[in-house]
Every structure is written in C-alpha cells, then in structure tokens.
Design a protein. Sequence first.
Length: 159
Amino acid sequence: MTFRDASVEDQSVVTSLLGRPALGRFAVVVRWSDGSPVVIENEPHLRDGTPMPTLYWLVDTELREAVSRLESRGVHRYEDLVDANELRLAHAEYASRRQAATLRPDLAQAEGGVGGTRVGVKCLHAHLANYLVGWNDPVGSLVAGELEIRPYSVERVRG
C-alpha cells in the first residue's frame, strides 16, 4: 500500500479541526458533500516512530462532539447490542488493514483492532470512522444510526 499525504489545504483544515498539527502523516478519506473533512486515515506510525493504533480518525468537530455525548452514556452498552463475532471480525479486519498500511515494519507496532482494542468497545469515535470509511463495523453502524448520518451525505474517498 502506498500512503497518500494530505494536501496542504487539507493539512491546514485538519490542524484547525484538531486544534493542533497532526503528529503523523495522514490523508482525508471521507468528506461531507461540501468537501469538508470528516475522517482521516493515519499512517500507522507517528513522525517520531511511535505506533499509532487509530488508523481512521473522526475529525469533524460537530460529529466528534455528538459521539462524545453518546460515549458519556457508556461505550460498553454497545457490546450487548451487536453480535460478538461480527465485532471480533471488525477488530481483526481493522488490525489487518493497519498492518497492510504499515510502512515501517522495523518499528514497534500497534496492536489490537478498532481504536487499539482487542475485545469489546473502547472508542465510539474510532468505530464510527471505520464505518464511514466503508468497512463492516456493527458498532459504527449503530452509532451512525443513532446520529442519523445518511450515507449519501458522505463521499467515500478511499476504502
């Protein structure tokens, strides 16, 4: 896999959305229909070589805040709402995609699946980002449904 860098414009917009520059290389992979970034794909290592477990990162401010409100009610409740095998598969596929995107196999590697977790649910933001990129993620699908995100409002740039 060849990692694609964000444009200078996207780097500026994402810096503004995050409130700081990204610590690693990334590319915008999901946009709203107006072109604004929703999800970025992170290179699996930061510039300093630190492993980055979160391959897909939700950067849209309003969406991040909405997901944080859901998380404040508890993330583990989603474990009871989805099929355990589908969740395990989502974690395994995520880890596999992160490994395939790794450009520096000589460095320490991130472990786990969605959001760096091996089992269960740790971060609704990561699950939603994974789902919006177009991957099968039962938790991300539930979160998208709760937030009433319509598939046609998102342009899948890659995935």
